[in-house]
Ligand binder design. Structure first.
Ligand code: ADP
Ligand code: MG
Length: 208
């Protein structure tokens, strides 16, 4: 019996892109194998997309809330993607972080957002003590490629004691537009090519 590879999107800071990354990552992974997208955020933003996902052609993607998942279903999926609540202390966060194979922390390239991520790193580091095999990394999100702030953020983030994924997610209107239409960037055609490439890059990194 194979077990699913479980990828958590976590950062106690709200608005850094957890839900956006979880949704697009799950869509990309579902092209490779059956994928379960779990919404551990009691606000349940992913729930709105669940019905649509069920209809998506050629995508073996199921969306469920963290509380409705059933024991043993891991075997039915190659991948789990878990959207965490913006909370360090909640039971959901603790449960998810304890079982994830990969923890991705989206972070915006701004000093305030970097500082606000410090506690999240501490929680992950504490969890990793003695479990060195676990993978955790920052994903810089909403990067504006020519901005000095983005470049400065990259080195600041590297100094914070957590790996930084070599692939970054740029600030692109297509991410918002796709969400408005209930779609991922994988369903947005040619104008989303660069965005899809970003997610394919992230997937390559986490499946290495
Ligand atoms: N790379 C991006 N480019 C443009 N807009 C983005 C990007 N990532 C996220 N957003 C937007 O930023 C807002 C916050 O993202 P969200 O995924 O809801 O964050 P979180 O789940 O961490 O609270 C949303 O309106 C989303 O559409
Ligand atoms: Mg969210």
């Amino acid at each position: 019996m194979t077990t699913a590879k479980r990828i958590a999107l976590f950062n106690a800071k709200g608005g850094c892109g957890k839900t956006t990354l979880a949704w697009n990552l799950a869509m990309g992974l579902s092209k490779r194998g059956a994928t379960l997208l779990l919404d551990a955020d009691p606000q349940g933003s992913l729930g709105y997309w669940a019905d649509w996902a069920a209809e998506a052609d050629g995508h073996a993607l199921s969306v469920q809330s963290w509380s409705e998942q059933s024991a043993g279903q891991s075997a039915d999926f190659a991948y789990w993607v878990i959207d965490c609540p913006p909370s360090l202390e909640s039971a959901e966060t603790r449960e998810v972080l304890a079982m994830a194979d990969w923890i991705l922390l989206p972070v915006l390239p701004s000093p305030l957002d970097l500082w606000a991520s410090q506690r999240s790193i501490e929680v992950i580091s504490a969890l990793h003590a003695g479990k060195a095999a676990r993978n955790a990394a920052f994903v810089l999100n909403q990067v504006e490629s020519h901005s000095a702030l983005s470049r400065a953020a990259e080195s600041a983030v590297q100094a914070m004691g957590l790996k930084v994924l070599p692939v970054q997610v740029a600030r692109r209107a297509i991410y918002r537009n796709a969400a408005i239409e209930g779609k991922s960037v994988y369903q947005m055609g040619k104008r989303a090519t660069a965005a899809v490439q970003e997610f394919e890059g992230i997937i390559e990194e986490i499946l290495k």
